[in-house]
Design a protein around this ligand. Structure first.
Ligand SMILES: Nc1nc2c(ncn2[C@@H]2O[C@H](COP(=O)(O)OP(=O)(O)OP(=O)(O)O)[C@@H](O)[C@H]2O)c(=O)[nH]1
Ligand SMILES: [Mg+2]
Length: 288
């Protein structure tokens, strides 16, 4: 009966006009709704690693996975930055195909890189879900994002969606992303996305080496965690953590787990972005 209900709901949903569907704000994209969930569900939504912890052997050091563990109040502070208002406009700004088309901006910037189809644009869309009028294009077809797309978040910071590597790469990547990573002075963090179901691929290792070479601080993000089995996710996560620990020097020790479909980890990442761009100050209890 449950399955039937679900099927019916899904069918009804899929008939909804596209423009309506895309403007619909997912109920869990706002913290107020998230905090009304039962405690365990709320924990998994806000701190997705907590859902995996129980499966880990006692000998595994959990510290690296919880370095950044802000309070819900801190996340509330961060959430305000992701809501557009007349005095704090969030909007698509400009696209650039080459480094000389990249806008000169002073505010701190964060960028999202990763293989084609890993979920970069979807992640940005989920981060901006409280401002659904911001148009972020996502697609099932790999190689969809072909330019560097800049999104301004008021005067606080800029998010940059990058073309992926793997498909049509290395051209796009070498021509645009590499020079950007090497020269962008206001770049506060690079987020390197990897797919939770398949873990680090050869192309990801090349990107990782490049991030190391640029010496800019970067952070690993594990995507689509709604899609992968917990066993596969854990194996890939521990492997990733081992690589970070043994082979990197400018990578943040904590990988971020996210699902852009059901918003796991999105609130935490909003808070991290607000923090690394200097847009909020965390309360004493939050470590970073
Ligand atoms: N289940 C699930 N699917 C996702 C998630 N994030 C993205 N996807 C799907 O993955 C596909 C690719 O998403 P995009 O966000 O366009 O990927 P991208 O990294 O921007 O790809 P390029 O622009 O081609 O480099 C789309 O079909 C998305 O719906 C997620 O968290 N969970
Ligand atoms: Mg894209």
């Amino acid at each position: 009966r449950m399955t039937l209900c679900l099927q019916v709901t899904l069918r009804l949903r899929s008939r909804a006009p596209v423009h309506l569907a895309s403007r619909h704000v997912h109920k869990l994209s706002s913290l107020r709704k998230a905090t009304s969930l039962p405690p365990k569900k709320m924990q998994s939504l806000l701190y997705p690693f907590s859902g995996l912890e129980a499966y880990l052997d006692r000998s595994v050091d959990r510290m690296p996975f919880q370095l950044f563990h802000p309070s819900v109040e801190d996340m509330m502070e961060a959430e305000k930055l992701f809501c557009s208002s007349p005095s704090h406009r969030i909007d698509y700004y400009v696209s650039a195909e080459r480094m000389d088309h990249v806008p000169a901006l002073k505010q701190p910037e964060v960028c999202f890189i990763g293989r084609s189809n890993v979920g970069k644009s979807s992640l940005i869309k989920a981060l901006f879900s409280l401002t659904p009028e911001v148009e972020v294009r996502v697609s099932k077809t790999p190689g969809h994002t072909k330019k560097m797309n800049f999104f301004k978040v008021g005067k606080a910071f800029t998010l940059v969606d990058m073309p992926g590597y793997g498909h049509r790469a290395p051209r796009d990547f070498v021509d645009m992303v590499e020079p950007y990573l090497y020269t962008r002075e206001n770049l506060a963090r690079t987020f390197l996305l990897v797919d939770g179901s398949v873990g680090l691929q050869k192309a990801d290792r090349i990107a990782l080496e490049m991030c190391e070479e640029t010496r800019c601080p970067y952070v690993m993000v594990v995507t689509k965690i709604d899609k992968c089995g917990q066993g596969a996710l854990l194996t890939n996560l521990l492997n990733l953590q081992d690589v970070i620990k043994t082979q990197t020097s400018s990578c943040f020790p904590q990988p971020f787990l996210i699902s852009s479909v059901n918003y796991w980890g999105i609130h935490l990442l909003r808070c991290f972005i607000a923090h690394v761009t200097g847009s909020i100050s965390l309360k004493e209890t939050s470590k970073s």
